[in-house]
Design a protein around this ligand. Structure first.
Ligand code: SF4
Length: 337
């Protein structure tokens, strides 16, 4: 199908305007994401309705801890990604846009089928996740619009590299996003991800301006982005540019894909990162990928009582009602808390 958001150029080239790579694509070639192809001067998306993953998850798995806690989220993905992270946790689907039998891998689906499946499984949200939703933007937009018409909210789990034009197009239907802020140096983004830092920060700022609920995730990798000063700068950016109510998830790295030369993040590094976030003024900082150590609980920003206790993705107890702490009455930020 013809892609959205591109412009034609001389010599049958096109420029894709969907993400900040802004790829100039020659005839019969594809962009960096591997799923948008110039076919005789017309840019086509090869992944519309070709789902490589579909199923329901706890919303906490995204992770989104401040969006309808305890609800289910119908989660979909196609193949492809505009990043080349050496530590990709879903490389088998994100970094495999190679065709099979002349078609991009994935099962045919329609927005109607996705929304019907979400309703049937009583999901309060549809999550565009696992790979980068920007690269299946047209399908995500069509599905998100239909979801809203059916009373279902939409959440993106994204690297934040989408263009402003893309964000403006989807934002009426986008309720929340978990955005990776993978590090706070351009060098990290260039060398480890094949991308840049500045567009991600711009997307985060813009999402907040547009009223989209934002949570931020940072995978803390030993020796690459765990410097306390850098984590401090990152946390300060979240607190000052996005607001102290923005949850920050600091997650444990495990050796994977092309980053096998270093060990898993020490647990104490994650707790140090959490302390750095709290010192920067953030109200909600969570440790991820280390279940059962207390770092997944939501504490009331007023009285510091645990208002939502979690183990992994499961809520084990709640001490709040209608968005307020039952102990001191303070507001707990988020959607449908
Ligand atoms: S989505 Fe991004 S990576 Fe893919 S073709 Fe467009 S500009 Fe390039």
């Amino acid at each position: 199908m013809e892609a959205w958001l591109y412009e034609t150029m001389p010599d049958q080239k096109v420029r894709c305007l969907l993400c900040s790579h802004q790829c100039v694509i020659g005839n019969h070639k594809r962009g960096i994401c591997g799923v948008r192809e110039n076919c005789d001067g017309v840019l086509e998306t090869k992944v519309y309705g070709r789902l490589i993953a579909a199923g329901d998850d706890p919303i906490e798995k995204k992770p989104l801890f401040h969006v309808l806690p305890g609800s289910r989220s119908f989660s979909i993905a196609t193949v492809g990604c505009n990043f080349r992270c050496r530590f990709c946790q879903n490389a088998d689907i994100a970094q495999m846009p190679a065709d099979r039998d002349g078609m991009v891998a994935g099962d045919p689906s329609t927005p109607q089928q996705v929304v019907a499946a979400a309703k049937q499984r009583q999901c309060a949200t549809i999550a565009y996740t696992y790979t980068e939703p920007t690269v299946f933007f047209e399908f995500a937009c069509d599905t998100a619009e239909l979801a809203h018409a059916n009373g279902i909210k939409n959440v993106f789990v994204t690297n934040g590299f989408m263009s402003d034009a893309a964000l403006m197009r989807i934002h009426p239907f986008l309720d929340a996003a978990n955005v990776d802020l993978k590090a706070y140096t351009d060098d990290f983004y260039k060398k480890l991800c094949g991308a840049r830092l500045a567009p991600v920060k711009a997307t985060l700022r813009r999402m907040k301006e547009l009223g989209i609920w934002v949570e931020v995730t940072t995978l803390v990798i030993p020796g690459l982005n765990d410097d306390p000063d850098e984590l401090g700068q990152l946390a300060t950016f979240i607190a000052t540019a996005l607001g102290t109510e923005t949850p920050w998830h600091v997650s444990r790295f495990h050796p994977t894909y092309r980053l096998l030369d270093r060990k898993a993040t020490p647990v104490e590094t994650l707790f140090k990162a959490r302390d750095i976030g709290i010192a920067a003024g953030l109200k909600y900082v969570y440790t991820g990928n280390i279940p059962g150590q207390g770092g997944e609980d939501t504490l009331c920003p007023g009285c510091r009582q645990t208002v939502i206790a979690r183990r992994g993705f499961q809520i084990t107890s709640k001490l709040m009602e209608a968005g307020r702490c039952r102990n001191c009455g303070a507001t707990i930020d988020g959607i449908g808390m």
